[in-house]
Design a protein. Structure first.
Length: 157
């Protein structure tokens, strides 16, 4: 009995199998019939080999990196990680700047309130100093001026 299985790794222009939607289909034997003779063959090979010396990989087997660690995937992963780090760093910096500006705005608002209070006090003091009563009192005490008598005032026309 034959079944259809997908042959992975066959080139597109391979003479084996038929093309169906870009995939290669080839008839193969079921695995159960193939597995038993191979196991027995592997047992015979292991028994025949001496166990002396370190175990090394055969020379005809090339060490291939895992597919998810390929250079392209590593570059994509690195780019995504870098973009994520930059975005998170930007968000943290933006938040930090917002908090710093908030504190600065609060300090400036408090300073403005203090200056407005000082301005109010100075306006009140100016109003008191420029009043006629205060000016007359200052003229009498500091300069020694007195009120003129009836005949001392001369009007010139």
């Amino acid at each position: 009995m034959t079944t259809s299985r997908v042959k992975v790794g066959l080139p597109i222009d391979s003479p084996k199998g038929k093309t169906r939607g870009g995939l290669r289909w080839a008839p193969t034997e079921p695995r159960r019939k193939e597995a038993a003779p191979r196991r027995a063959l592997n047992r015979n090979r292991q028994e025949a080999q001496p166990s002396a010396g370190p175990v090394t990989a055969p020379a005809n087997i090339s060490a291939k990196p895992l597919s998810f660690l390929s250079a392209r995937n590593f570059f994509i992963l690195f780019a995504v990680a870098l973009i994520t780090i930059l975005l998170v760093g930007g968000m943290v910096r933006s938040n930090h700047m917002a908090v710093a500006h908030s504190y600065e705005l609060s300090e400036l608002t408090q300073h403005k309130m203090d200056l407005l209070e000082i301005n109010r006090q100075l306006k009140t003091e100016l109003a008191q100093v420029s009043s006629l009563e205060h000016l007359e009192k200052a003229a009498r005490s500091t300069l020694g001026l007195i009120t003129p008598q009836q005949g001392q005032i001369v009007v010139i026309e």
